[in-house]
Design a protein around this ligand. Structure first.
Ligand code: FAD
Length: 391
């Protein structure tokens, strides 16, 4: 049997700078992230030090303007970085994606003064962000959120409510919070940048999750949190449009992370199948498994091509929301299928924590739920095809 040790993904990268970037990321992934992934996840330990390292390495602001500490990279490159990080550990890849999502409102809708004041620390100064849209009673129907921001007599805003399922809740340095400042529905929502140490902001004990246990997901309580008007992002009433615009890019991040997890599962299954012998032959000789491996690899390549095509539209300044929803849907469903098949290929060992396949399978599931469930992605795609639903 020839040596079939998995090879690094052969990436199409547009510049030498991007190639250097991927080499740096692979080095960090291999030496700093992957070695402790299983142990840290089992211990439910959040690797804050890795995010500090990524920030110091210029990897926490890649798609943003270098004038404010970003990396000036096209989405096409940024997403491939995310894929590499997620393949080493989803808690890290998804964490970078969420940080990018949390930074988006200010980077894209903040005034010049706001960007100059806050962005450098967010993009390369070691800070970590959280994005607060969901609430206990509003998930898919996010426009019905109830957290309220009211002006006090002096012009400050006072925010009260509870956000739910917040990635980095309790460990973030800044929270991009969507709160109601006006009428019911999407037009009454405004975005705010709230510091992590604001008085009245606290996080609950993190949720006990199926996977990604090292990534804290917690309710965030805002109990009369006072923020100056200078921390309002965009216009009053523009917050929901900002939140949705952020999610178009965020969904591509989820798609890239999903392909990273799927690739890691395929690599694991391939390595195992070439070593494990039954009936006197490596199990990779059996056509039943060869076809599974072929399908897994094909779905992964198709997913990668889909997210890259959407990213290139975004980089060209063209509409990409439909393609982002398609990429999120396809790549996360692919991750679920591929990781499940990887467990099958490892047989009984696949069902144990001695191998990472079962962790990949548990981790893949959340990607079908976050940033719009895959039912919601289908609604988005159908609206692009057939127009809004009639009531
Ligand atoms: C680990 C994790 C991390 C998260 N991180 C964040 C974060 O950082 N910030 C944040 O704001 N949120 C975050 N979320 C929340 C996440 O975005 C929501 O869980 C998701 O949007 C679904 O909302 P819900 O859980 O309230 O489910 P619901 O909206 O109650 O949905 C329940 C089920 O009904 C289906 N459904 C709902 N409406 C429809 C419809 N119209 N048609 C068909 N089916 C429908 C859904 O697809 C789902 O299957 C996170 C969630 C998890 C699990």
């Amino acid at each position: 049997m020839p040596d079939r040790a998995p090879q690094p993904v052969d990436r199409q990268l547009p510049t030498d700078e991007a190639r250097d970037l991927i080499s740096l990321v692979r080095d960090i992934a291999q030496h700093e992230i992957a070695p402790k992934a299983a142990e840290d996840e089992a211990a439910e330990r959040f690797p804050r030090e890795l995010f500090t390292l990524l920030s110091e390495s210029g990897l926490l602001g890649l798609p943003y303007d270098s004038e404010y500490g970003g990396g000036d990279q096209p989405y096409e490159v940024y997403l491939q970085v995310l894929e590499e990080l997620a393949a080493a550990r989803l808690t890290v890849g998804l964490g970078v994606s969420v940080h990018t999502l949390a930074s988006y409102a200010l980077a894209s809708f903040g005034s010049k003064e706001q960007r100059a004041e806050h962005l450098p620390a967010m993009l390369g100064g070691g800070l970590l962000g959280a994005y607060c849209l969901s609430e206990p009673a509003s998930g898919s129907d996010a426009a019905s959120l109830r957290t309220r921001a009211v002006r006090d007599g002096g012009g400050d805003w006072v925010i009260t409510g509870t956000k739910a399922w917040i990635t980095h809740g309790g460990v973030a340095d800044f929270y991009t919070v969507m709160a109601r400042t006006g009428e019911e529905g999407p037009r009454g929502i405004t975005a705010f940048l709230v510091p992590g140490d604001a008085e009245g902001l606290s996080a609950a004990v993190p949720e006990k999750k199926m996977g990604m246990k090292g990534s804290p997901t917690a309710q965030v309580h805002l109990d009369g949190v006072r923020v100056p008007d200078a921390r309002r992002i965009g216009e009053e009433g523009q917050g929901f449009a900002i939140a949705l615009s952020a999610l178009d890019g965020g969904r591509l991040g989820i798609a890239a992370c999903a392909i990273g997890v799927a690739q890691a599962a395929l690599d694991e299954a391939l390595g195992y199948a070439t070593e494990r012998r039954q009936f006197g032959r490596p199990i990779a000789d059996f056509q039943g498994l060869r076809f599974m491996l072929a399908d897994m690899a094909t779905q992964i390549e198709a997913g990668r091509a889909l997210y890259l095509a959407a990213a290139r539209l975004r980089d060209a300044g063209r509409p990409f929301a439909k393609q982002a929803a398609m990429a999120k849907l396809h790549c996360t469903d692919t991750a679920m299928r591929v990781t499940t098949d990887a467990v099958q290929i490892l047989g009984g060992y696949g069902y144990t924590a001695d191998f990472p396949a079962e962790r990949y399978m548990r981790e893949a599931k959340v990607l079908q739920i976050v940033e719009g469930t895959n039912q919601i992605q289908r609604m988005v795609i159908a609206r692009h095809l057939a127009g809004p639903e009639t009531r």
